[in-house]
Design a protein around this ligand. Structure first.
Ligand code: PLP
Length: 446
């Protein structure tokens, strides 16, 4: 067995060249000549090493990671337990296909998911490769169980880029534009969006607005599932009003509709709870996970009530690589790391630090319309001065200024006007504060 060795990467923002540097520029030219144009990059710097809270590029620049590879390396990049577990597993075997000759790691990950996800009812899990694939399977399972077809997703939703997942996703550009036709029997309902809703629209009213529309346009007799991100990710880190998710889940229960929580971005300690559903006192029928599940290796899962999960016939679910043994070993190590390093509490600490700093920036700059989020999933929504009109140009300019100064920061939101912060939970307070200083300077200079 490998012993744990601590990452020795210097935990500091270090700029040795302009961003991007000359080696990154050379590689970008090669990318343009070799990689399909549709695969974009947020920041044109090429990584060589990462860990703690930094990503080091080919020019020797050390960048503060406020992205975690889109909420994946929650426990830190190349976390020691994950590295050791992967190395051990790779030496034993890399693949047999769980559907041909199974192995213990897959079963152990399912046991962990059944234990850790909300609700103490009996559960089963199935493993897949990507978030989108798991989303598709959650809908397959719900349809099989209910013998119904329609699915409701929400305004601002993002569920992935495969065909059914694209249909569930709300935003056209860049995710859906030109890629139709999309899967049928997908309907859209209004979300609770406290910053943009009428101030009198509390969570229960917003849920009623959605379920009234579902009643009229779809009808529960046709509806297999409602799928929702407890806190929306790509849609703008939208935290619904209190009571919204619980009322929605209650309506599903009363109408024989499977309530699916897409916790692909919010899961595994990211929001200051193991799963964000816990923050809203909701126990989903099915919960879809990926991203933070395996410390950077590709793995995804659907977990839920045994009667629903076991409905489909033998052979109806699966895939060649789903629950790959190396990814399963990484997942068990990642879950152990969350526990051993008390990372759920660390996410709450990061929330406190970030909200304090960002609220202060908001009090000095009324282009910061809203500060929101939970745990290490925090965002600011940027607007034209003295209005709530979205300002995507300002958002892109602030992001560009921060990136030039060595901070990897992502944008999101239906209107492209949200800066989102997803630091790994392994980031030090010093690095976090340095990254926030860079953000404050970027606001001041833009
Ligand atoms: C909430 C949510 N669902 C689904 C997906 C799709 O996951 P993947 O990119 O692994 O297919 C994402 C990815 O960003 C996501 O944030």
């Amino acid at each position: 067995m490998h012993t744990l060795s601590m990452a020795e990467l210097e935990q500091q923002r270090i700029l040795k060249t302009a961003i991007p540097g000359p080696r990154s520029l050379e590689l970008m030219a090669r990318k343009t000549g070799a990689v399909a144009r549709g695969v974009g990059t947020t920041m044109p710097v090429f990584a060589v090493e990462a860990g703690g809270g930094v990503v080091v590029d080919v020019d020797g620049n050390s960048l503060i990671d406020f992205g975690s590879g889109i909420a994946v390396t929650t426990i830190g990049n190349s976390a020691p337990r994950v590295v050791a577990a992967v190395q051990d597993q790779v030496e034993l075997f890399t693949h047999t296909c769980f559907m041909i000759t199974p192995y213990e790691g897959y079963v152990a990950v399912c046991e962990k998911l059944n234990e850790l996800t909300p609700g103490d009812h009996e559960k089963r899990s199935a493993l897949f490769n990507s978030g989108a694939e798991a989303v598709e399977n959650s809908v397959k399972i719900a349809r099989y169980y209910t013998k119904k077809q329609a699915v409701v997703a929400f305004d601002h939703a993002y569920h992935g880029r495969t065909n059914l997942a694209m249909a569930l996703t709300a935003k056209s550009m860049p995710y859906k534009h030109g890629f139709g036709p999309f899967a049928p029997e997908v309907y859209r309902a209004p979300l609770s969006y406290p910053y943009r809703d009428d101030k009198l629209m509390d969570g229960e009213l917003a849920a009623r607005r959605a379920t009234d529309l579902i009643d009229k346009h779809v009808g529960p007799a046709n509806l297999a599932a409602v799928i929702i991100e407890p806190i929306q990710g790509e849609g703008g880190f939208i935290v619904p009003a209190d009571g919204f998710l619980a009322a929605l889940a209650g309506w599903c229960r009363s109408n024989d509709v499977v309530f699916i929580a897409d916790e692909i971005q919010t899961g595994f300690a990211r929001t200051g709870a193991m799963f964000a559903s816990e923050l809203f006192d909701v126990v989903p029928d099915l919960i879809v996970t990926a991203k933070g599940i395996a410390g950077g290796l590709p793995l995804a899962a659907v977990t839920g009530r045994t009667d629903i999960m076991d409905a489909a016939h033998v052979g109806g679910l699966g895939g060649t690589y789903g629950g790959n043994p190396v990814a399963c070993a990484a997942s068990l190590a990642a879950i152990e790391t969350i526990k051993a390093e008390n990372l759920v509490a660390r996410a709450s600490e990061i929330e406190r630090i970030m909200l304090h700093r960002l609220h202060r920036m908001q009090s000095e700059d009324n282009r910061i319309g809203d500060v929101r989020g939970r745990g290490a999933m925090i965002a600011v929504e940027l607007v034209q001065r003295d209005t709530s009109d979205p300002d995507p140009a300002f958002t892109n300019a602030v992001a560009a200024a921060a990136r030039e100064n060595g901070v990897i920061v992502l944008t999101c939101g239906t209107y492209g006007n949200v800066l989102r912060f997803l630091p790994p939970l392994s980031m030090s307070d010093e690095l976090l504060n340095d990254g926030l200083d860079v953000m404050a300077d970027a606001f001041a200079a833009t």
